[in-house]
Design a protein around this ligand. Structure first.
Ligand code: CU
Length: 425
């Protein structure tokens, strides 16, 4: 990351000269793109750092820049271009996010001239920042600007081409907040369809898409990028395994006392469902995007909500907080998230008369075989308990003196049977 920063700083002083050539090309614009209409913006020269410009579709090129504003601070920053292939790339905004590798806004240009249309622009973000994307058709100098409002998760598709631009395209309709469906379940693991992010606390992500025009469905093909971000193509629907359709980013906000945040967005109008599985708990959140919509979503509610929609804080009363283990033979800790205060004691009451279970501090990654606690790792540090394997009628207690969120599992049933103790100050 620091290497990238250094590279960008070194290149930041290089003026971009290619833009100034654009206006000279108007008279030789190809038949699909006559000279810009009066309402279109032309910009003969522009002082832009070269690495801030993303150039796509080299056969008929477009230069793309991004400027963003953090609505919370009022600070602004330019996007740093991260090219991917000839039709697609993205921007990070290191001056606002502090991370040159954190993808924020994606752009794709599709050449639809083969079907008698122009060039299509798709854009989308994994960000709630306000931004404006400027797309210049270099042969004509025509610029279209796409604005996204602060807080919105929307992106856009513009299939109107650059022939007769009617000024800057209107922003697409506002997006309602992501409303994931919550469940606990399995996810296929280790296949080309599974995107695994945030290896320190892993999430397995899969995509199912449907073309609302044909009714055909297809699975996403995972294209990992870095530890926090990747995307999917949908070759069975688009015919192009390199054509990016849906992007996902996971941010670990546990350092600021929150959970894991999910950002997603697409460069597609297809109907899709993204399933994000927290491997340590088996909790799955499913995000649906309707066909035709350009919306994406942010979900900062974390993955603990599934088990306990309304955790009930328990006062420090001196009496232990009870967690039932495998009541009625279910592979559960109940409540699966117990909310207590520092200084409280949790008492696990083992309820299964015929099977052994344990309460063991630590986290699990997905174990396709379920049994045996495979892939489960004890917590580091001094908060490290293990009841051993016990039968119904037994009890085990542990005093929590330090605030935090402590995950645990059953050493018999592994990631099939996990829980959390959330200790408030
Ligand atoms: Cu168990």
């Amino acid at each position: 990351m620091s290497t990238l920063d250094g590279l960008f700083k070194a290149l930041a002083v290089v003026a971009l000269s290619s833009l100034s050539a654009a206006s000279e090309n108007v008279s030789t614009a190809n038949a699909g793109f006559p000279a810009a209409a009066p309402s279109a913006t032309t910009m003969p020269t522009l002082e832009v750092a070269a690495t801030n410009t993303l150039t796509l579709n080299s056969a008929h090129s477009f230069d793309i820049t991004l400027s963003a504003t953090d609505q919370r601070t009022g600070h602004s920053g330019e996007g740093q271009a991260i090219p991917q292939n000839d039709i697609f790339g993205y921007f990070s905004i290191p001056t606002l996010t502090g991370n040159a590798a954190n993808p924020e806004v994606f752009v794709k240009i599709l050449d639809a001239s083969g079907i008698g249309q122009g060039y299509w622009v798709f854009y989308g973000g994994l960000t709630d920042l306000e931004y404006t994307l400027s797309v210049q058709e270099n042969s004509t100098g025509t610029i279209k600007r796409y604005h996204k409002s602060p807080g919105s998760s929307g992106g856009g598709f513009d299939t109107s081409g650059f022939d007769t631009p009617q000024g800057d395209p209107a922003e697409t309709a506002p997006c309602s907040p992501a409303s994931p469906a919550l469940s606990s379940g399995e996810a296929p693991s280790g296949s080309e369809h599974t995107l695994t992010l945030n290896s320190a606390h892993a999430f397995d992500i899969i995509l199912d898409a449907t073309d609302q025009r044909t009714g055909h469905s297809g699975e996403g093909q995972a294209i990992p990028q870095n530890d926090i971000f990747g995307y999917f193509s949908i070759p069975t629907l688009t015919g192009n395994a390199a054509n990016p359709e849906v992007f996902v980013k996971i941010l670990d906000a546990s350092g600021i006392g929150q959970g894991y945040w999910v950002f997603f967005g697409g460069l597609t109008d297809l109907d899709y469902t993204l399933s994000v599985r927290e491997n340590a708990t088996g909790h799955v959140k499913s995000y649906h995007k309707a066909g035709g919509s350009a919306c994406g979503g942010f979900d900062t509610s974390g993955f603990d909500l599934i088990a306990t929609p309304t955790p009930t804080p328990t006062p420090s009363s001196g009496s232990p907080v009870i967690v039932n283990v495998a009541q009625s033979g279910a592979m559960t800790f109940s409540p699966s998230t117990a909310v207590i205060h520092a200084g409280d004691t949790v008492q696990w009451n083992f309820k299964d008369d015929t099977g052994y279970h344990s309460t063991t501090s630590g986290t699990c990654t997905f174990d396709p075989y379920g049994y045996g606690g495979g892939g489960c790792t004890p917590l580091p540090g001094s908060v490290n308990w293990d009841s051993g394997q016990r039968l119904g009628g037994d009890q085990f207690s542990w005093l929590f003196s330090t605030a935090g969120s402590y995950r645990y599992y059953c050493s018999v049933h592994g990631d099939m049977m996990t829980g959390t103790i959330r200790v408030n100050p």
